[in-house]
Design a protein around this ligand. Structure first.
Ligand code: ADP
Ligand code: MG
Length: 231
């Protein structure tokens, strides 16, 4: 028990530290981004459009990582509003469809049987679904054999709850990965932050729900988010 308390303390400290570092890094990045934009025409004249593109893409990547850090360290006071589950899922799919297409995976949104309403922080919950869709796309691109990557998304009512599922036929996970999935900073990716699922787990728990996962190596993974429904 003592060790757990100690770890939590450390995590809270790490959270505060990373939040302030993230703020400090964001400002210079914004300045760099602005000046690169100004230099763009000059780079174009030199035939170096590619340089500008790479610099901007890398700055955006750094910003994304910082955004995730901020998300994971901010004490979250949810801005709760009512939204239909189908609207939430539709929007998440809309935001990821082009990315999926580029990566050669299909997203299939199952039509919901009767709509359901939930009371959530829409921004946070959208973040959770997006995290999972992105993980699914990454699991599909990391699978080496030649096949059609598919992501299935849907939801159904289960008593007073809704179960939202996001499943993929990507590379799947072994037991070791499944065990550590929700730990902050745990990642198996070269460029991963390992924060997506730990943040998602906390958001869902803050809403009185839970996340469960089942997976098989080389077959795929299924995440289920359970949330209380508005009665
Ligand atoms: P990141 O995506 O930055 O690695 P996450 O917290 O989102 O961090 O995920 C942690 C780890 O869980 C991933 O590195 C990956 O190993 C595993 N994982 C998550 N989702 C999936 C999935 N759909 N299929 C296979 N592995 C997954
Ligand atoms: Mg992720």
């Amino acid at each position: 028990i003592e060790q757990t308390a100690y770890q939590n303390d450390n995590l809270a400290m790490l959270g505060k530290l990373s939040a302030s570092i993230a703020h400090e890094i964001r400002n210079p990045l914004t300045a760099i981004r602005g000046f690169i934009q100004l230099l763009r025409p000059h780079l174009h004249q030199l035939g170096k459009d590619e340089y500008a593109r790479i610099i901007l893409a890398e700055i955006d990547r750094a910003n994304d990582i910082i955004h995730e850090f901020l998300m994971s360290s901010k004490p979250s006071v949810p801005q709760v509003g009512m939204i239909s589950v189908s609207a939430l899922l539709k929007e998440a799919v809309l935001l990821t469809e082009s990315e999926a297409l580029m990566k050669g995976c299909q997203i299939h949104l199952h039509p919901l049987q009767g709509d359901m309403a939930i009371s959530v922080d829409v921004k946070q919950m959208k973040q959770v679904i997006l995290n999972m869709i992105r993980n699914a796309m990454e699991a599909i691109t990391e699978r080496s054999d030649d096949y059609t990557g598919t992501i299935e998304i849907g939801a159904r009512r289960e008593g007073a709850e809704v179960r939202i599922f996001i499943s993929d036929n990507g590379k799947g996970m072994d037991i070791c990965t499944l065990d550590r999935l929700f730990s902050p900073f745990f990642t198996t990716k070269e460029n991963g932050t390992g924060l997506g699922l730990s943040v998602s787990d906390r958001i869902v728990k803050n809403h009185g729900g839970c996340i469960s996962v089942s997976s098989r190596v080389n077959e795929g993974t299924r995440f289920v988010i359970s949330l209380p429904l508005i009665q």
